[in-house]
Design a protein around this ligand. Sequence first.
Ligand SMILES: [Zn+2]
Length: 345
Amino acid sequence: MINNSDLLTTAEAVRLLPKAELHLHLEGSISLKTLIELAHQHHVQLPPKLHAEAVLEYRDLDEFIDVSMFAFQVIRTSEDFTRVTFEMLSHCAEHGARHVEFFFSPSSHRHLGYPQILQAICGGMRLAEQRFGITSLIIPSHNRMLGAEAGLNFLKLIESCPAPEVVGVGLEFAERNYPPELYGVLFGKAKKMGLRLTAHAGEDGPAAYVETCLTLLSCDRIDHGYHVIDDNDLMGYCKDRGVWFTCCPTTTKHTTTWKQLTSSEHAIHQMIAAGLNVTINTDDPGFFQTDLTQEYLSLGLPLETLACLALNSLEASWMPGPEKARLRELWQAEIDDIIQRHQAH
Ligand SMILES: [Zn+2]
């Protein structure tokens, strides 16, 4: 028997779906409010574009990177890192995330060393887990614009400071002029260290970059990956191997030519229609002014499909297998209940 008070609108149902968030940058998660407060505190001059009431738009990936770089200037102290981590995970929990695997860019921070940053981030993670029960893992990510040599130093930092929270490494920032083959040695060494591997590819770079990430870099996941749709053979390869893609709908409006999120021509819809393993994520929710509920809703898909995408996110996560199996049963029961309460609406 379902009471009226139990009935769910689509937006409420989507918010409640248990999800894992797998493509989220700590620095890009910062809210405008916190960004402005920290800038004030550290006497950093922000560009006129970044003000409290701003509605942020970007021409392309390069302009987005220019604007988002201000986050690296204002997140400076241990307190800042703990605060931003806690706020990010609170925001995720509010939108149904139960588990988060997030990037941060060690080489792009100048004010604090890697061990201190790691400790401060872990502090924020513990606080969020105590408060919301949300679990999380860290994926330090190499800023590919700093080059391959800097990537090896980045890996040395990770090696010098082992932590169970650090589950893998990523590759981020401007893609087109920094093809993945430059980072073959870096990824080979990371793999030997037992780290999981993912890379941003096929966002504004070609399908060939996605292929190189899978074959040469041995990536476990691909972040974005949209241009995979330009290569039918590669699509078949990804489908056969069950490659996971961490897609971010709102990002595509700003950094790609796919602007209509509900169109069947949009790369994410084409990937889903082709049977690829897609997950939905927020990327840089502070700078794109979005959240996980909005990202799921933005594609205009039925709740049942969104529930499958939510379960996909658990499968694609890097948490231990037995834990995933335990959660799968719990999540499925919750999802069944949510769908029933939504249908009765
Ligand atoms: Zn990203």
